[in-house]
Design a protein around this ligand. Structure first.
Ligand code: ADP
Ligand code: MG
Length: 327
């Protein structure tokens, strides 16, 4: 059943405008007006998802709506900020504008559903036609000078990781037909790729406990590498301690599994460093959160990142992470 084509304004009105609380001026004017909480700092980030690069064009639109918000929430988590407002710039190809009643409707439903979970207001955006592209800007808040940064790691800090790494990369390799997972395995790994959970609560709980943090979007080695560069430190991680799911374990220690685990990307878990004296506080805090945390290594003086196996030998991983211009 085909529905008539809607104008840009009708699409915005029908699918994106929702009543929101706590916004002075939202969708419908030339710009939005928001009132930050007094004495808080704003934390702002933007992420673009490009069709054919970050997702397959035929990805379920509801899940895509969720993921495009989740990857931005993950940046707020990595800063320890509370997400408050979001803007959505959407470029839609003709066929999706024509099938708006399904595609745009589903996309918007997924987006709004996750926004509601975190009580975030969609306050504006842009809608254009062209190759499918989703750009989300998110604005959060944090108490002054409290945000978690990449440059705060100190020698002797524990290096912590949340959740399990590599399942999204395994699922992607399966979809690209580079490997063949069993139906049970792909069923397990696919949600990690399509609907990652941003560790928003964890990030806020780490304020005051962690010295530095980053979200793992391009692979553990690449992202921890950014922390080391910014903090001018080195690190040693124990391969055995890197958290892997039961599915991932079955593929270890093949080079394929190592690559997914350490350099896969799309994990959206947090990697943070914290002084050893905060271990028990962090362990206690994690009991109230739905995600496991483990220590995978230690920050050292110097430069460089080494991965050590159970025999104390250094593990070589050819690919360290995803980089848009050279990967
Ligand atoms: P302008 O011409 O000033 O750029 P637009 O016509 O693009 O304004 O947008 C009209 C209103 O709709 C604005 O408030 C804008 O923020 C909002 N908007 C446009 N696209 C979206 C979208 N995809 N999601 C949410 N709000 C949107
Ligand atoms: Mg516009």
């Amino acid at each position: 059943m085909s529905e008539s084509k809607l104008s840009e304004f009708a699409i915005i009105e029908r699918y994106f405008k929702r009543p929101v609380a706590g916004v002075e001026l939202g969708i419908g004017d030339d710009a939005a007006v928001i009132s930050p909480t007094p004495d808080m700092q704003l934390v702002v980030s933007v992420d673009t998802l490009v069709s054919g690069r970050h997702f397959f064009e035929n990805t379920n639109p509801y899940k895509l709506g969720q993921k495009s918000l989740a990857v931005n929430l993950s940046d707020m988590a990595a800063m320890g900020a509370k997400p408050r407002w979001v803007m959505l710039s959407l470029t839609l190809p003709e066929n999706l504008i024509e099938s708006h009643a399904t595609w745009v409707n589903e996309f918007a439903n997924g987006f709004h559903e996750l926004a509601q979970v975190y009580q975030i207001a969609l306050i504006g955006g842009d809608t254009t036609s062209g190759a499918l592209n989703i750009c989300v800007q998110i604005i959060g808040e944090i108490e002054k000078k409290r945000c978690l940064r990449r440059d705060g790691a100190k020698p002797d800090d524990d290096i912590w990781v949340s959740g399990y790494l590599g399942d999204a990369a395994l699922a992607l390799k399966h979809l690209l037909q580079e490997i063949r997972l069993t139906p049970r395995e792909i069923e397990f790994c696919l949600p990690a790729l399509l609907t990652p959970t941003a560790r928003v609560d964890l990030g806020q709980h780490l304020v005051g406990l962690a010295h530095s943090a980053i979200d793992i979007s391009d692979g553990l080695l690449a992202d921890l590498g950014h922390v080391l560069t910014s903090s001018m430190c080195a690190a040693e991680i124990n391969l055995e301690a890197v958290p892997c799911s039961a599915v991932m374990k079955q593929y270890m220690p093949s080079s394929l599994a190592l690559e997914c685990l350490l350099a896969g990307g799309d994990d959206y878990e947090l990697c943070f460093t914290a002084p050893k004296k905060n271990r028990s506080k962090i362990e206690r805090m994690t009991q109230s959160l739905p995600v496991p945390l483990v220590i995978i290594g230690e920050i050292k003086q110097g430069a460089g990142l080494s991965v050590i196996d159970t025999e104390g030998k250094e593990v070589t991983v050819v690919k360290r992470g995803y980089e848009h211009f050279t990967s």
